[in-house]
Design a protein around this ligand. Structure first.
Ligand code: ZN
Length: 163
């Protein structure tokens, strides 16, 4: 998202040359630059002690494809805290065994996704109302259930050597 008005004082922003950054929207009243903003989220591959991968079905997203756990980073939260919170909220699994793998840029939603791998001891499912189904899959089956070419598929493949 590109700012046109100052979010603090409402003034129309001007374009100002800021070193290597080039022309950046700038508020002449507050003397502050406003860099283009992207959202931040986590994407988590959850794997259990039998090397099975946990996938979710969210019918409001897709009725046919399964997805990995994902969620927006809230203000004041670290990416690791978000990953742990989202996995609990969406699946009921609890663990702090997290490994950062790689980040992805999701153009359509202007979203930077930080990809993690989480190892859990298989626990009871408890899901949020946003989740319609939860299931453990073998790695090979999980790859087939994710949408071909999706960021989820790329992330699961990138996690493979750490599983
Ligand atoms: Zn301002």
């Amino acid at each position: 998202m590109k700012y046109k008005f100052c979010p603090e004082c409402g003034e129309m922003l001007i374009e100002k040359e800021l070193g290597d950054e080039g022309l950046i929207p700038y508020c002449n009243t507050c003397k502050k630059p406003y860099f283009e903003k992207v959202g931040q989220s986590v994407l988590v591959t959850v794997v259990n002690e039998c090397n099975e991968v946990l996938l979710l079905k969210q019918n409001y997203v897709s009725r046919t494809n399964w997805v990995l756990v994902a969620g927006y980073i809230k203000k004041g939260e670290t990416a690791e805290e978000t990953a742990i919170r989202e996995v609990i909220e969406e699946t009921g699994q609890r663990s702090d065994k997290l490994r950062y793998i790689k980040s992805y840029y999701y153009e359509k939603h202007e979203l930077l996704m930080l990809g993690y791998l989480m190892k859990v001891e298989k626990g009871d499912f408890s899901k949020s109302i946003e989740v319609d189904e939860l299931k453990w899959f073998s790695f090979d089956d999980a790859i087939l259930k994710l949408r071909c070419g999706s960021i989820g598929e790329k992330h699961l493949l990138n996690c493979l050597k750490y599983i």
